[in-house]
Design a protein around this ligand. Sequence first.
Ligand code: ADP
Ligand code: MG
Length: 281
Amino acid sequence: MNEQHAAGKSQPVLQLHNATVYRSKQRILHQLSLQIDKGEHTAIVGPNGSGKSTLIKLLTYQLHPVTSEDGIPPIRVFGKNRWDVAELRRRVGIVSSDFQYYFLNNIKKGRITGVDVVVSGFFSSLQLFPHQKITGAMREQARATLERMDAAYLADTLFREMSAGEARRVLIARSLITSPEALVLDEPTTALDFVARHNCMELIRSLAQQGTTIILITHHIDEIIPEIERVILLKDGEAVYDGPKETTLTAENLSDTFGHPVGLHRHNGMYSVRLDGAQAD
Ligand code: ADP
Ligand code: MG
């Protein structure tokens, strides 16, 4: 517990208390307890299958933890354990490559323009439906948000005709349309080339600097941007290490979490790993 928590001054975004989650009868998260406060930019890092995306689905109430025995809610978001999911989704922006998949594979098969993808964020939906009342102001705001992402030129482009990097920028704009207090990014750079990836990370850095709480889920150590101050290492559904980046992100802890000897190198506030276990020079 840090000093802020102890003094009761913290403004929690996410609180998990002994959260245990089963999927298809298999236990995926095991008694996970953690608290992430407003402004506490955090990376959740772990190998494939460690439960990172499952953790996101808890936060969006797509999955539910087992009821705790002590009566304390296993999950609270912004201090509340019951939510109107649409309202919650307006307050926490989510970016996940799942969304790209949905837009490309739903009934419209990606025949939706960039601006309409962004507008769908107002309704927390993954397509636009005829009953949704879309105003001119919404479309204007969507265009302005695309512009913030350097993606104004994609407003009238069909989603299925965008490159992976373009689609990702449009999805980030979608997540920002409701001015969320927190932004959760689940492996946001998957399928991006190195330039698009760099641009995506720079964008996340500027959002962090502007005050959006960033929760970055990744297995790429080199995406842990300087703004991230806390690192949670997840292994087999348990937070095996959790604390300030400087003490948590070590070669030893990463080797343990990923089950392979790694060397860790830090340069200009960014990290990289070497798989032979040697400390890089
Ligand atoms: P990560 O995002 O860290 O790669 P996930 O949270 O996606 O991990 O998955 C954690 C574990 O949950 C994996 O072992 C995976 O096989 C399992 N899992 C994921 N989705 C499902 C599902 N729909 N049903 C059952 N098990 C699942
Ligand atoms: Mg995942």
